[in-house]
Design a protein around this ligand. Sequence first.
Ligand code: PLP
Length: 408
Amino acid sequence: MPSWNVEAVRSQFPSLNKTINGRIPVFFDNPAGTQVPLSVIHAISDYFQTINANQGGMFPTSQATDDLVEATRLKLASFLNAPSADEIVIGANMTTLNFALSRALIKTFQPGDEIVVTRMDHDANVAPWLRAAQDFGMNVRWVEFRHEDITLDLGTLEAALNEKTRIVATVHASNAAGTINPVRQIAGMTHAAGALHIVDAVQSAPHVSLDVQSIGCDFLLCSSYKFYGPHAGILWGRHELLSTLPAYKVRPSQDIAPFRWETGTPAFELIAGIGATIDYLASLGDQSVEYRDQLVSAYASFSRYETELVAHLLDVLQSFPKIHIAGITDRARLGERVPTVIFTHEGYTSAEVAEILAAQGIFVWDGNYYAYELMRALDKPDGMVRVGLAHYNTHDEIDRLAEVLTTL
Ligand SMILES: Cc1ncc(COP(=O)(O)O)c(C=O)c1O
């Protein structure tokens, strides 16, 4: 397995080597969107320079777009280990795709049926189900989390499941505390109750090699702008479900999966960028193996590096008595989290900490980042500071954070 050469990786990202207000910034805002390598930027601009045509025409540029979309779908199928590229739907973003999915799914259920959501999820995997339940007279049940380490309480999931359960919607990795949930186990529990499992993999996709077949869920969603790509969303679903659910579509568009879910004209230039993003990730892995295994080996090497980084970040944060972290801090359990860490400071609001750090060129998030139920359950009306690491961050950048925190 190649060891992680962070400088070689950083050299591929123009934004990581540009000054803002006289210094190179530290990007710790990665859970809100990562920076993009030059190969992806080139793929997007090349699309306009060499192709730029709508799909389905008889002429070469249109056919080139058809080929490009198909090639990207195949790469995404490898990325997710999907059995078929026909199970890959590309859309504007995860939230929009999930609203479309929820509206179609809900029409197959009865009033009085039940939906299970969690208090850990980003609202993009809660609000669509609350809204659908409200519109169609379904009941909602909640899965709670343990406050001491922000892990899902599967006892509350077990208690929520019954013969009326139709949907269980859970996040794979929390966009706040970084917890990785046992989605495989949850898929098993969901199916034992006769329901469908929807996984929000938006925050796991940058850190964990995804495998829809191993997870065993029915739908999984992610967003390429969280894993070094352009602003777009991806929905994977089982082929029989994508083929038969009553998708909302215009009449002349193809009524087969995945096209029946892709309403309107897609952003082809971004689809070019998504393909280049998956190629970028594959290029970080062992080049002597097949494409999917290149991706798996890339994730293995950078997730090891990210675990070292998050251990250093926790060391730094825990050295300040006024800082309080929510989430897994036990060094023996770092495999149960992604490198996204949230904390409060006794002397400052999360917005104040973020502002002080921003003035020193360190970009972090504050507030609730749409982990709305989680912040309400933790009773944090001002939210928490979030430092989210990516595979291009360094020990030195964490030390820069430590220097500023020392001044608080
Ligand atoms: C866990 C999680 N789910 C869903 C979303 C929404 O994704 P999108 O912006 O693609 O709609 C986000 C965005 O931050 C997220 O972190």
